[in-house]
Design a protein around this ligand. Structure first.
Ligand code: XMP
Length: 512
């Protein structure tokens, strides 16, 4: 497949570069800056982008790419650190700037071709976004400045004969208003790519690849009701039909109605084979008396593996396990290397090893919004596609303290009110997640003439792009008021509602 290769030097916006390029219907992959030259040749890209990064090129431990990269005859675009590295490796000079440039800057473009083709120039100013403390002082032989800013005499450069271009600013961020034009000029103008990577072509090539890999063997897939597993199942089903069996484990910790609608769709409309296992009692007995969040997570995770394995064994010989792993989980990101997990996330981790199954991960190359686009193309219902993320351990980690039937009943009723009101007001799709949390403490209230002593519900709504960081959503007071009075009036056992105004970090999105 034709592609652009992005070498990652640890910038927080490396994934954004990939997103912007794929939006142009050109496929691209992110690999670590240290990827060996041989591997790069194997990947056979049409062009290479060197990302930004936090280091300085003159640091003794600065991350370097193989200088032989510049002898491959491929177009190369350096961004920020990547630009400085290109300039230094080709014989120019980079030094600490007297003034750091951070944020919006004015770019004066002098050159009407290359990256700036089709843009108004000399002396038109364009808004770009800068974030650097070093700058290019001397261009290497053969290079010339194509744009300047007030603090960067070389805000953009090009080689006069070779297809090497560099920008000190970040074309991938929205504040660089000409960013898309610049990336388009690189991929279409310099690299001669074609905009032919569409969801339709993705489905065709993936279906063929799955058929070739699976042959006449059997595949199983754990359906959770979430977007990723639903799209994975639909795509594999398109490829191999009845050779796929899905297993849905009802752990009793789901929201009202959430998984039922997608299950109904799969069973009735798409004729997918789904084994629907009712395991509420088992999970509740596993959780009886458990208060510690990590133990809860582990019990739910292990319980899932046990039941899934039992069901899978009944199917006879199965060779593959399908998983909805997405691209952000696959990228060997330079910046996040070595980070310790904060919570043990439960998906289907551990299953492939225990069951000695090979993995099929057809979404490995996709970002979340691409998965949604794919789901729509495969005909999945819109409400399932635009569903907010829901954690594997479900409501189990939204009930503080012990999980039992009575508490689940209270939380479900409150949660459904939150969802109804979020949808009715149009806020559901504007936030990343919105849900209720049940606190195991009683507070005093007054209802009618009597004193009450009942539970507290916390309302959590957050804005986020990738769940790595999040801020609390600024929901209107009217909406908060409606949700609160509906919960207190309609849900027996709750007399107080509070709104969580913590961001992540230092809090997390879920309470456990
Ligand atoms: P936290 O609470 O860590 O959550 O800020 C980040 C995102 O991950 C979701 N989440 C999970 N998803 N299995 C999942 O599939 C899990 O065990 C799990 N725990 C948290 C959470 O809802 C949020 O979107």
């Amino acid at each position: 497949m034709k592609k652009i290769l992005i070498l990652d030097f640890g910038s927080q916006t490396t994934q954004l570069i990939a997103r912007r390029i794929r939006e142009q219907k050109v496929y691209c992959e992110i690999h670590p800056y240290s990827t060996p030259l041989e591997k790069i040749k194997e990947l056979d890209p049409e062009g290479i982008i060197l990302s930004g990064g936090p280091a300085s090129v003159y640091d003794s431990d600065a991350p370097l790419s193989d200088p032989a990269l510049f002898e491959l005859g491929l177009p190369i675009l350096g961004i920020c650190y990547g630009a400085q590295l290109m300039i230094q490796q080709l014989g120019g000079k980079v030094e600490k700037a007297e003034k750091r440039e951070f944020g919006k800057a004015d770019l004066a473009v002098q050159f009407t071709g290359g990256l700036f083709a089709g843009l108004e120039t000399s002396p038109v100013h364009h808004q770009v976004w800068m974030s650097h403390g070093d700058r290019v002082e001397v261009a290497p032989e053969g290079f010339e400045a194509t744009a300047t800013s007030s603090h960067s005499p070389f805000a953009a450069l090009r080689h006069k004969e070779k297809p090497f271009v560099a920008v000190q600013f970040h074309p991938e961020v929205a504040h660089t208003l000409i960013g898309t034009d610049i990336l388009r000029n690189f991929i279409f103008g310099l690299c001669n790519c074609q905009p032919d990577w569409t969801m339709h072509s993705f489905i065709e090539s993936t279906v063929t690849a799955i058929c070739n890999k699976v042959g006449t063997n059997k595949v199983i897939c754990a359906l959770s009701g979430g977007v990723d597993s639903s799209v994975t199942a639909a795509l594999i089903h398109r490829a191999i039909g009845d050779q796929l069996t899905c297993i849905y484990v009802n752990n009793g910790l789901m929201r009202i109605g959430e998984s039922e609608s997608i299950l109904r769709f799969f069973k009735e409309k798409s004729k997918l084979k789904v084994i629907d296992v009712e395991a509420t009692d088992f999970f509740l007995s596993e959780l009886a008396g458990v208060v510690d969040p990590e133990i809860k997570r582990k019990r739910i995770g292990l319980g899932f593996i046990k039941i899934f394995e039992e069901e899978a064994r009944k199917l006879g010989e199965v060779n593959y396990l399908a998983q909805g792993t997405l691209y952000p989980d696959v990228i060997e990101s330079v910046s996040f290397r070595g980070e310790a997990p904060i919570k043990s996330h439960h998906n289907v981790g551990g299953l492939p090893e225990i069951m000695k199954l090979d993995l099929i991960e057809p979404l490995r190359e996709l970002f979340k919004d691409e998965v949604r686009e794919l789901g729509l193309e495969l005909g999945l219902p819109e409400e399932a596609i635009y569903r907010q993320p829901f954690p594997g351990p479900g409501l189990g980690i939204r009930i503080m303290g012990e999980v039992n039937l009575e508490r689940l009943k209270i939380l479900r009723q409150a949660d459904v009110i939150v969802l109804e009101e979020m949808k009715k007001s149009g806020w559901y799709r504007q936030v990343w997640q919105s849900f209720a949390v049940l606190l195991p403490i009683q507070t005093v209230g007054v209802m009618g003439d009597g004193r009450t002593y009942e539970n507290v519900i916390a309302l959590r709504a957050v804005d986020s792009k990738d769940a790595m960081t999040a801020d609390w959503s600024k929901l209107p007071y009217e909406l908060l008021g409606v949700i609160s009075s509906r919960i207190i009036n309609e849900v027996r056992g709750v007399n107080r509602v509070v709104f969580d105004i913590s961001s992540k970090p230092p809090a997390t999105i879920e309470w456990e």
